[in-house]
Write a protein that binds this ligand. Structure first.
Ligand code: PSU
Length: 306
């Protein structure tokens, strides 16, 4: 069966045809990760940041049953306001497409579509991981298994401590996914710069990250890479405050019996409410920071491969 080509915006199609740098962006952060209108404002600001750093943004989503890489402003605005948009991970895509649905794509779905489009670098906030209590619930994000089989480099701010970070790192090791921290030895924990766990590797420039990504592919590794970029110092939250907030949100999720794909969106929304918006502010700062780094990496990859 031939592979499907996503619908690409003219800007994304032209950049890919010319070998110019492109950065993929996910859309579950828009549909299920942030409240309206901060979700739309952030999506636009992230695209602008990517352009300012020399690359073309390709926001990925399913619109009316079609896979898209690169959304015009009107479509982006409609998606941000669309309460009926579902959350699609990679395994959901075929069913959503068949019923003509609209979906925000998670990291796993976005990696799949980025690969079909031929985009090697992708920026997000945080990836999904192994949930706390996974030994009982078996709740492990499909983001991790997709990283184990799709060669996209994902730039993120680590994983939130809503997750079990040591188990997430173990699982990434099993999946043969390199975890490379940018400019730090620590594996970052999204709202804070240090999870207390070490990253496997540290590289200190976008050029070196680009070289590592290209080398990884020349080895035929067949997996993605996780590039962990810590939240900027001035935007990081106090660990005691945010960890207490996360603990409260986790307890509430358990009390209310929230399970499966609803867990992450519930926790993100609750943490935002409980922190009176300070988590959202930090989230926006780290996404912009990741977009800038991903664009610089994409520029460096283009320079290496033309
Ligand atoms: N973590 C965040 N913000 C997010 C997500 C995760 O800090 O918006 C979203 C991403 O789209 C990620 C998805 O791919 O949640 C993971 O969901 P789950 O845990 O259900 O696999």
């Amino acid at each position: 069966m031939p592979l499907l080509k996503p619908e690409m915006s003219a800007e994304v199609a032209a950049a890919l045809a010319d070998g110019r740098p492109v950065v993929a962006l996910e859309s579950t952060i828009i549909t299920h990760g942030m409240p309206y209108p901060a979700n739309l404002e952030t999506a636009i600001a992230v695209e602008d940041t990517i352009r300012a750093n020399g690359a073309v943004p390709a926001t990925i989503a399913v619109i009316g049953g079609k896979l898209h890489a690169g959304l015009d402003r009107e479509t982006l605005a409609a998606l941000a306001a669309d309460k009926s948009a579902v959350k699609a991970s990679g395994r959901d895509l075929a069913a959503v497409m068949t019923r003509g649905g609209t979906a925000g794509t998670t990291v796993s779905a976005t990696m799949r579509i980025a690969e079909l489009a031929g985009i090697p670098v992708f920026a997000t906030g945080g990836v999904g991981g192994v949930h706390r209590g996974a030994e009982e619930s078996f709740d492990i994000s499909a983001d991790l298994t997709e990283l184990g089989r799709t060669g996209t480099a994902v730039v993120c701010a680590g994983v939130k401590s809503i997750l079990d970070i040591p188990k997430t790192l173990e699982f990434l090791e099993t999946q043969r996914v390199p975890v490379i921290a940018y400019g730090t030895d620590a594996f970052p924990a999204f709202f804070t710069r240090d999870s207390g766990e070490k990253a496997d590797h540290r590289l200190d420039s976008a050029e070196d990250l680009a070289k590592a990504i290209v080398s990884h592919h020349t080895l035929g590794s067949g997996t993605g890479l996780l590039i962990a970029n810590p939240i900027p110092e001035d935007a990081a939250l106090d660990p005691a405050f945010i960890n207490a907030t996360i603990a409260d949100a986790l307890a509430e999720a358990e009390e209310r019996g929230v399970t499966r794909k609803d867990v992450t969106p519930f926790l993100l929304a609750r943490i935002n409410e409980l922190s009176e918006g300070s988590s959202l502010k930090a989230n926006i700062a780290l996404v912009m920071n990741n977009a800038a780094l991903a664009a610089r990496i994409a520029v460096a990859i283009s320079a290496l491969t033309v």
